[in-house]
Write a protein that binds this ligand. Structure first.
Ligand SMILES: C[S@@+](CC[C@H](N)C(=O)[O-])C[C@H]1O[C@@H](n2cnc3c(N)ncnc32)[C@H](O)[C@@H]1O
Length: 265
């Protein structure tokens, strides 16, 4: 039924990389040889993240204006810590954590994006292709696991920092996801949360429910929009009592929210 509702929407052209994304990419220049960089860029039919592969050679990432996330992603957040990046896609933030001194980084994705990338852009992606390409260029030690974020307890380890970017609004059960993350946090650990915001009042304890395809045409996986008060209460439900909103803003016409949730020490 959802697919029927959006069938009339045309497939989107892959957008050009924005200057703002290149600025974000430049915080971790990869420094490959130009010929290698071009080959890697062209080996993946669609990139989510923009990477600075070599001077002037960027992957054409479709994600927009991530610059606001960087304020909470300094070396002070990562140095010497273990990091779990859920819904990592091409892994920009996993590799950033590693570059900024994390002692261990695990990236998890269920590769749900393969479905919406095909539906939105008519492109067939091999799951994890971009992630593996960048791993090779960086000789990275980030561990990639194709798994559902709801199953992270199966990793059998605790993390100091969990990056939960762009995914809470894409799971049918946000409490179950936050509980799974809370259960793998080390004492005093924190979830850095970025998700789809809400146009409801900031203190409204209500979740916006989207119609299939009304946020991004042909993408049926954006279910929810969260107000700050909603996220505070969801955090409380799973035992993450310390909650701080870092920023609420509009990106490319979409409300977004960036927040921190902390476990007791
Ligand atoms: C919009 S992308 C965000 C990518 C990246 N975290 C960022 O914000 O830059 C959402 C990602 O979450 C993944 N995802 C969605 N639901 C998931 C789940 N239940 N378990 C693991 N990954 C999931 C998708 O496959 C996709 O890679």
């Amino acid at each position: 039924m959802a697919a029927y509702a959006i069938e009339s929407e045309p497939i989107e052209p892959i957008p050009e990389t924005s200057a703002a994304e290149r600025v974000v990419a430049d915080v971790q220049p990869i420094g490959a040889l130009a010929a290698v960089a071009e080959r890697v860029r062209d080996s993946v039919p669609l990139w989510f993240h923009t990477f600075a592969l070599a001077p002037g050679v960027y992957t054409p990432g479709i994600a927009r204006d991530h610059g606001y996330r960087l304020s909470v992603l300094g070396a002070d957040r990562f140095a010497g810590r273990s990091v779990l990046d859920i819904g990592a896609f091409d892994g920009f933030y996993s590799f950033l954590a590693e570059a900024r001194g994390a002692r261990r980084v695990v990236a998890v994705d269920n590769e749900q994006y393969v479905d919406w990338v095909r539906a939105r852009f008519g492109v067939t992606l091999t799951g994890g292709a971009g992630f593996r390409a960048i791993t090779g260029l960086l000789a990275s030690r980030v561990e990639y696991r194709r798994m559902d974020a709801l199953d992270v307890r199966e990793l059998g380890e605790r993390f100091d920092v969990v990056l939960c970017f762009g995914i809470l609004h894409r799971v049918t059960d946000p409490i179950a996801l936050l509980q799974a993350l809370a259960d793998v946090l080390a004492p005093g650990g924190e979830v850095v949360l970025e998700t789809y915001g809400s146009r409801l009042a900031a203190d409204a304890p209500a979740i916006e429910v989207h119609e299939p395809g009304d946020v991004y045409a042909r993408d049926d996986f954006v279910y929810w929009g969260f107000s700050p008060e909603t996220l505070r209460r969801l955090g409380q439900i799973v035992g993450l009592d310390e909650f701080e909103v870092i920023e609420e803003l509009e990106i490319d016409g979409h409300p977004r929210i960036l927040a921190l949730l902390r476990a007791a020490g």
